[in-house]
Design a protein around this ligand. Structure first.
Ligand code: FE2
Length: 237
């Protein structure tokens, strides 16, 4: 089974994974996947709290896959060795917690995924570089080109897109104060060229459908089914 959820922000929004909130976990194994759409936040300062919650998550019966959001310690994240998982490059955080690098394409249960993390922090001016904000939150042009080249290899055909930020035309639908940036413009391009069924994003701290193909996830947990998905847990945002 494959599940998708939004930001966990370290220990702050991880409680959706408690047995009480997500009782179905008793039926899961390591070949079931929980995909987190960015703002993982458990690789933050290497504190006891980071270690305790990473250990808590590692002990869950599934395998966790996450993309980076904007609230990650990128220096620390990049210090993990790059390795190959499911024919794509990842950072192996623990045995069953995996960071999907930007531009990854991989297949699970017969579905093809495209994953591309990163986003621009709207509160950058209140944050400190290297302490609570890292410039790598915004993908560089090589990473974007890597995404294009990888999709080209797959003839721009996929099933599921996992991102933190949205394409600009959808970001504006939520709030026209969200300014465009290189990444939201890039996602506009991907959105036009790519053939996909569903696109899931975190970042906006809302659980919502924007149209028939684009969905925001936050406190909800979605389970992918053969041709669609179903919400198996939701909590007010
Ligand atoms: Fe967030």
């Amino acid at each position: 089974m494959i599940f998708i959820t939004g930001d966990i922000h370290g220990e702050y929004d991880i409680h959706k994974f408690s047995t009480k909130n997500f009782p179905m976990q008793k039926l899961l194994s390591r070949s079931d996947y929980m995909i987190i759409c960015g703002d993982f936040g458990l690789i933050w300062d290497g504190s006891n709290s980071d270690r305790w919650w990473l250990n808590w998550l590692e002990k869950k019966p599934w395998t966790t896959l996450f993309i980076d959001g904007n609230h990650e310690n990128f220096d620390m994240l990049e210090s993990y060795p790059l390795t190959e998982w499911n024919k794509t490059q990842v950072h192996q955080i623990t045995k069953h917690i995996i960071h999907l690098c930007r531009g990854s394409v991989f297949e699970l249960e017969g579905k093809r995924f495209f994953a591309f993390g990163g986003a621009e922090s709207h509160d950058k001016k209140f944050r400190k570089k290297g302490i609570s904000f890292w410039e790598q939150e915004m993908p560089n042009s090589q990473e974007m080109q890597h995404g294009r080249k990888t999709l080209e290899k797959f003839n721009w055909q996929t099933d599921i897109v996992i991102t933190h930020s949205l394409p600009q035309h959808l970001q504006e639908k939520i709030d026209d104060n969200y300014k465009s940036n290189a990444l939201t413009k890039y996602f506009d391009e991907i959105d036009t060229k790519l053939n996909f069924k569903f696109w899931f994003s975190g970042h906006y701290h809302m659980s919502a459908s924007l149209d028939e193909k684009h969905f925001l996830v936050y406190h909800n947990i979605l389970q992918l089914t053969d041709n669609s998905f179903t919400c198996i847990y939701s909590q007010a945002d």
